[in-house]
Design a protein around this ligand. Structure first.
Ligand SMILES: Nc1nc2c(c(=O)[nH]1)N[C@H]1C(S)=C(S)[C@@H](COP(=O)(O)OP(=O)(O)OC[C@H]3O[C@@H](n4cnc5c(=O)[nH]c(N)nc54)[C@H](O)[C@@H]3O)O[C@H]1N2
Ligand SMILES: Nc1nc2c(c(=O)[nH]1)N[C@H]1C(S)=C(S)[C@@H](COP(=O)(O)OP(=O)(O)OC[C@H]3O[C@@H](n4cnc5c(=O)[nH]c(N)nc54)[C@H](O)[C@@H]3O)O[C@H]1N2
Ligand code: SF4
Ligand SMILES: [Mo]
Length: 719
């Protein structure tokens, strides 16, 4: 409770911390009495978030007291789960995993790391050691149903997957937002607490932001302009932009000109993609394509930004490459108001060059290449159910609920049931962890120290803030990192180094900060004045380390320190696209629609649906359909329909709205809490919903990167 200070003799205290539920990094001001939370609001003095908060951060106290939360390890027995001690639980896991490994090899252990892993600095500090100890090729995470195409493009263009461009939202004058809904998600690969205000500020300084999305989203409603795009066709829109830029010789790389290779190779790639030829495919008029491209070209500080919606589609890799390419050839990369790079206090980009974390092995069944040590999650089930050498016999899941979140989760639900052994490190007994033989429930939220290792590295300005744990662990509960260390110790074949044994996340953070770009060891000049963990801790509201600054060419990690504009893998996939390129309209029949996803401010992927304050009000798990389409099919709001795909069907109520593009329907993911065996109280409420991923097809992937392609799948709506 070091960051707390007494505010009155009635024993009320104030605690400051960063919310780690999403990427936005809002500073919270928490009033408490030493045992319970009395109130939560946005920390006005946090220099980054300036008082912003959303309904999820506001219920951090409820999450702490949540009766659904597990406090002790659970062991599955023939009569259900029973509580056991930590040492016993860890010993069982160690023993079972070692036996399976000795019998079937390292790859027999599959690992899945879910979204909150990256929001947990303790877990991030020790996850690599655990993976290295297990040495399995069957490594999976939420990355391959999310931002893998971003890493992929960054790796091949800039030499490292973590060199990801961030829109300089604070200074841009023209922002094109494709496939992102920051008003609901609060921003992604753009850590920008209070993002709605930041968007509004663009308008107030005379700039514009436009949204390209098959749904008129909350973000689109406040935008200067919104354009519907047919799901999965962004690649054509981007090629048409590039067509205009290159054929009309409007490219100007400015200061990047001397840092690129292969400009000649990309000048002609977009020639066939005239605005006229892509208009009917994308659903965007020729005039709009030309006008937007020209507005972007004619604004000094402009940025093209794409996220989830353009990442999780069949050409997600090409989209991310083209977005970078367009920002580069117009001089908008690494330039103020364009797409820039964060310079965090703990760098994510190592100094090493020439390292290629690609295709070192392939998945056994589908022959998909590894990237950054992982295989695509869409093929995880294949590796569990297909017999032979290397088959997954045991799973370790951490902070993930892939039964609800991964493509064709129903198939995974069945596959997990048949495993020889499974351990889940999670705070709940839910749709995924119910399959585990052992559940290890860590501390979370107010019981953990926090430093945002990942999201400080993708923020729209440079910052540092440390959050102490507010409350001690209950009943000897372990932290995620202690569980990782406990497992690493039991699975390691050699004695672990002493530094590892004595280390803590705080110690590792301390060293990383000292060695980081602002740290005491970074230069002689900083030896006495540089950043230390102590300094950060004393600044309870956080430290502002300044706006984004140009980072190239120093940050580049390609062997030749150049930006590679035309990596061969992308050019090859462009050939495939070209073969498919036709001037045709979408060929949907009668009751067929293209399906897309949806996020809501009061929901967080597959969890938090058991928090009453968040799910009160109307049912949000609906299928949204355009008014004309609903009329055509004779459907009205609240009518229950069957949504059917190649792999499954779900029953869900309709929500008729003019905000959907005709021919497109939208369903949120992460619901479906009615499955037997889950212990969340949400199962009995209207918030249980149905799972999008019971109908998402695991075979729909981006062939270039292996990423799941959730957007644009054809489904039938049956009344
Ligand atoms: N159809 C469709 N599917 C999608 C998406 C989509 O847009 N549409 N989005 C995809 C994306 S972007 C992502 S990131 C994934 C997310 O999907 P997952 O990776 O499965 O992650 P979550 O659904 O966030 O599940 C989080 C789990 O972590 C647990 N948890 C919370 N905090 C902690 C903690 O501190 N420690 C531990 N050990 N556990 C904790 C929760 O109880 C919960 O079980 O879903 C993907 N799936
Ligand atoms: N409240 C809340 N916040 C969250 C999360 C959450 O579940 N709830 N999840 C967190 C996670 S894990 C992530 S990865 C981020 C994601 O953050 P965002 O990238 O902002 O993701 P979404 O809000 O899903 O917005 C994606 C948008 O893409 C649109 N879209 C779908 N298909 C297409 C397409 O083919 N083309 C185009 N142009 N658009 C398309 C959708 O209509 C949607 O508006 O949000 C994070 N923040
Ligand atoms: S926007 Fe994200 S970081 Fe901010 S309070 Fe909400 S969940 Fe927490
Ligand atoms: Mo995500």
């Amino acid at each position: 409770m070091n960051t707390s200070s007494a505010t009155s003799p009635t024993k009320k205290y104030t605690h400051y911390r960063v919310c780690n539920f999403c990427e936005a990094m809002c500073g919270l001001e928490i009033e408490h009495d030493g045992k319970q939370v009395l109130g939560v609001k946005g920390d006005e003095k946090d220099p980054f978030s300036k008082g912003s908060i959303c309904p999820k951060g506001a219920v951090i106290g409820e999450m702490y007291n949540d009766p659904d939360r597990l406090r002790k390890p659970l062991k599955k027995t023939s009569s259900g789960f029973v509580e056991i001690d930590w040492e016993e639980a860890l010993d069982i896991v160690g023993k079972r995993l070692n036996t399976i490994r000795n019998e079937h090899g390292n790859d027999a252990i599959g690992l899945y790391f879910g979204n909150p892993t990256v929001h947990n600095y303790g877990a991030m500090m020790y996850v690599a050691d655990l993976k290295k100890t297990i040495r399995s090729k069957n490594n999976y995470s939420a990355t391959s149903m999310d931002q893998l195409p971003h890493h992929f493009a960054s790796h091949f263009m800039f030499g490292n997957g973590m060199i990801m461009p961030i829109p300089d939202i604070n200074r841009t004058e023209y922002m094109i937002v494709m496939g992102a809904n920051p008003s609901a998600s609060n921003g992604s690969i753009m850590t920008a607490a209070g993002v709605q205000k930041r968007l509004k500020d663009i308008q107030q300084r005379g700039g514009k932001y436009i949204v390209i999305d098959p749904r008129k989203t909350e973000t689109a409603k406040s935008a200067d302009e919104h354009l519907f795009i047919r799901p999965g066709t962004d690649v054509y829109f981007l090629l048409a932009m590039l067509h205009i830029i290159t054929t009309e010789k409007k490219y100007n790389l400015k200061k990047l000109a001397s840092h690129v290779v292969d400009l000649d190779k990309v000048i002609s790639i977009a020639t066939p993609y005239t605005p006229e030829s892509v208009s009917s495919i994308t659903g965007i008029s020729v005039e709009d394509i030309r006008r937007i491209t020209n507005e972007y070209l004619n604004t000094q500080k402009a940025v093209l930004y794409g996220r989830m919606g353009v990442s999780t589609q069949e050409y997600g890799g090409l989209c991310n490459w083209l977005i970078n390419l367009i920002n580069i050839v117009t001089g908008n990369l690494d330039s103020e108001g364009g797409a820039m790079f964060t310079n965090p206090a703990v760098p994510m980009v190592k100094n090493k060059v020439g390292h290629t974390p690609y295709n070192r092995w392939k998945s056994r069944v589908q022959d998909l290449p590894e990237f950054q040590g992982e295989l695509p999650v869409s093929t995880m089930v294949d590796e569990i159910i297909t017999e032979g050498k290397g088959q997954i016999k045991a799973m370790v899941t951490h902070a993930g609920n892939p039964v609800l979140s991964s493509p064709n989760g129903g198939r995974l639900d069945k596959a997990l049931h048949d495993l020889e052994f499974m351990v889940s490190i999670d705070i709940y007994l839910n749709e995924t962890t119910k399959h585990a033989d052992i559940i290890l429930p860590p501390t979370t939220g107010l019981e953990v120290d926090h430093y945002d290792l990942i999201f400080n590295a993708f923020a729209v300005s440079n910052n540092a803030k440390f959050s102490e744990a507010l409350f001690p662990p209950k009943d000897g509960q372990l932290h995620d990192w202690q569980i990782f260390k406990g497992l690493t110790k039991r699975l390691s074949k050699k004695k672990l180094p002493w530094l590892y044994r004595i280390s803590t996340p705080k110690l590792l953070l301390k060293l990383a900060l000292l060695n980081g770009p602002y740290g005491r060891f970074s230069s002689i000049k900083r030896l006495f004045t540089g950043l230390t963990l102590g300094k950060i801790k004393r600044s309870v509201h956080g430290i502002d380390l300044g706006p984004l600054v140009p980072m190239f060419p120093k940050l580049l990690r390609t062997k030749d320190q150049k930006i590679h504009l035309a990596p061969s893998l992308f050019l090859e996939q462009l050939e495939t696209l070209h073969a498919e390129f036709s001037n045709g309209k979408d060929t949907l029949q009668g009751n067929e629609f293209r399906l897309i996803g949806r996020r809501h401010l009061r929901s967080n992927n597959s969890w938090m649906h058991n928090v009453d304050k968040l799910v009160s009000g109307k049912n949000r798990c609906t299928v949204m359909m355009n008014t004309q389409d609903a009329e055509r099919l004779g459907l009205k709001t609240e009518d229950e329909v069957m949504v059917k795909s190649r792999v499954g069907e779900i029953k869900i109520p309709i929500e008729v709205t003019k905000n959907m593009m005709p021919g497109v329907v939208s369903i949120p993911h992460g619901f479906g809490h009615t499955r037997k065996g889950s212990q969340l109280k949400v199962a009995e409420t209207h918030a249980a919903g149905v799972s999008f991923n019971d109908i998402s097809d695991h075979n729909r992937i981006d062939n270039l990167t292996g990423n799941a392609a959730f957007s644009g799948q054809i489904v039938q709506i049956i009344a």
